[in-house]
Ligand binder design. Structure first.
Ligand code: C2O
Ligand code: CU
Length: 517
């Protein structure tokens, strides 16, 4: 067990990601933040020094936090925010391997920049010998204004529009924007160098606020081998569909003539408003001119732009890669197929003027100064707007049914504290079918930590209750989080009551309260 120590200094720095300079909520001056790496079984000790001038937290997306709920990084659920000027250490063991990421979970801070990649190597990875090098292909939408400038307007009852629209997009810190103002310096393209005859593992990750991506590399098929930490039987695609917060590893063979090839990351807006155009930040609701590109450059190729042709777009935007094609290799334990404790969550967006994104008709209201996990230990009760769902049978199978009642939007849902089996993913329009007749897929279903709810459909996920604490389940479209499309799962409260929250976590609340008074 090796302890991997990292220090993150959080500071706002001016960066021109897409040519346009703005203040970025950066880690050690970088965007995306530094990648952190470890081996399965190691421990991370990440010391965060907050110099943002405002509070912050960091969530370790996809990391189970087995036995360390208080290091999950969710303000109001697992900790109080880290006030400006305070240093705090996240310490947790790694029982998983694969591709993960970290991001702020405090207001919309990750959209302003606080995010980075986590890679956990497994010495027993069956694909280890099938590639020579590895790369990260991180992509997202990008906003020119700090989110604090428009979120209050977006949240106000008098606003009648959709989600705030991005200005551009970026690949691994390099974006393109129609650079027509004097204050803009045109950027180059994110460029990945390859050597003919070699094989590359690309860890692909979408860290957007709201954009779904389809990703391809001209003339180079993508062999999918990992989905969010789960090693799968290989699936070869030309175009990969990747929703917010999802991760895939693919193997790319540099077996084409020496030259330059476009890497294409095309954005879709899957959050089209049902009641009028968006007016915040950008006048359009259709993502035009927001597609981003990078270059795959062979050693020996000239420093010129590619002329390669795109694959036909044959995947459906705003949906997941077909989950029934993604087959885990040697997963243990296996999917619970018997009776399960069922929790039904109905997902919707209420129209303006009361616009809120809801789960079971309630929008969460976070109390940053009294985290839910502390409430459980104190024996304090929950109220309706806490959106809290308890279950208390150790080892029991849990089934969450997500009923997306919306006809025009898809929502990428993420669960904290667990990966889960996707045991049912309904067709568009299947939202009102009877739960008794659900046709589960128990045939080695995919195990992951994000699933996209199709338009007006039912989705069922399962996992075992073996991780005491309070865990979020939420849409990962940041604007829906801002509107409250979040619920809390109170897992094994009787067991959790016996645990002791470390002092440095409790002290955060005192520091936060005094910084606020
Ligand atoms: Cu990527 Cu609640 O998190
Ligand atoms: Cu959503």
């Amino acid at each position: 067990n090796v302890v991997r120590n990292y220090t993150f200094e959080l500071k706002k720095v001016p960066l021109a990601i897409d040519g346009y300079s703005r203040l970025v909520w950066a880690v050690n001056g970088q965007y995306p933040g530094p990648m952190i790496r470890a081996n399965k079984g190691d421990t991370f000790n990440v010391t965060v020094i907050n110099k943002f001038g405002s509070p912050a937290t960091i969530h370790w997306h996809g990391i189970d936090q087995k036995g360390s709920n208080w290091y999950d990084g969710v303000p109001g659920t697992t900790q109080c925010p880290i006030p400006n000027g305070v240093t705090f250490s996240y310490v947790f063991n790694l029982t998983q391997s694969g591709t993960y990421w970290y991001h702020s979970h405090f207001v919309a801070q990750y959209v302003d920049g606080l995010k980075g990649l986590i890679v956990i190597h497994d010495p027993e990875d069956p694909y280890k010998k099938e590639y020579d090098y590895e790369y990260v292909l991180e992509m997202s939408d990008w906003y020119h204004k700090p989110t604090g400038d428009f979120v209050p307007e977006f949240r106000s009852p008098s606003y009648h529009g959709g989600d705030p629209m991005p200005d551009s997009g970026q690949i691994t810190g390099v974006g393109q924007w129609n650079c027509t103002i004097p204050a803009c310096t045109p950027t180059k393209f994110a460029t990945y160098k390859v050597e003919k005859g070699k094989k590359y593992r690309f860890r692909i990750i979408n860290t957007s606020a709201m954009a779904h991506f389809t990703v391809s590399i001209d003339n180079h098929p993508l062999k999918i081998i990992e989905v969010e930490g789960t090693i799968i039987e290989p699936v070869v695609v030309n175009v990969l569909s990747i929703n917010i917060a999802e991760r895939y590893s693919v193997i790319v063979e540099a077996n084409q003539p020496v030259g330059n090839y476009w890497i294409r990351a095309n954005m879709s807006n899957c959050s089209l408003p049902g009641n009028g155009p968006a007016t915040i930040n950008n006048e359009t609701t259709v993502f035009t001119n927001l597609d981003i590109t990078g270059i795959l450059r062979y050693e020996g190729a000239p420093d010129t732009l590619p002329t390669s042709e795109a694959y036909p777009a044959n995947v459906s935007n705003c949906h997941d890669q077909d989950p029934t094609t993604l087959k885990p290799i040697s997963l243990s334990p296996s999917v619970p197929t018997g009776d399960a404790t069922r929790i039904l969550l109905v997902v919707g967006v209420q129209p303006r003027p009361v616009l809120q994104a809801t789960i079971n008709n309630s929008s969460i209201v976070m109390d940053f100064s009294y985290p839910s996990n502390k409430k459980v230990i104190d024996g304090a009760g929950f109220i309706t707007s806490d959106n809290a769902y308890p279950y208390d049978t150790p080892g029991g199978a849990i089934e969450i049914i997500l009923n997306n009642t919306e006809r025009t939007r898809t929502h990428p849902f993420h669960l904290h504290g667990h990966s889960f089996w996707v045991v049912y993913q309904g067709e568009v329009g299947s939202w009102n079918q009877s739960l008794d007749s659900l046709k589960y897929n128990f045939d080695n279903p995919i195990y992951r930590d994000i699933v996209t709810l199709n338009e007006a459909s039912l989705t069922a996920i399962r996992y075992y209750a073996d991780n005491p604490g309070v865990w979020l389940i939420h849409c990962h479209i940041e604007w829906h989080v801002e509107m409250g499309m979040v619920a809390q799962l109170v897992e094994l409260p009787s067991l959790f009551k016996q645990s002791t929250i470390p002092n440095q976590v409790l002290e955060l609340c005192e520091a936060y309260d005094s910084s606020n008074s």
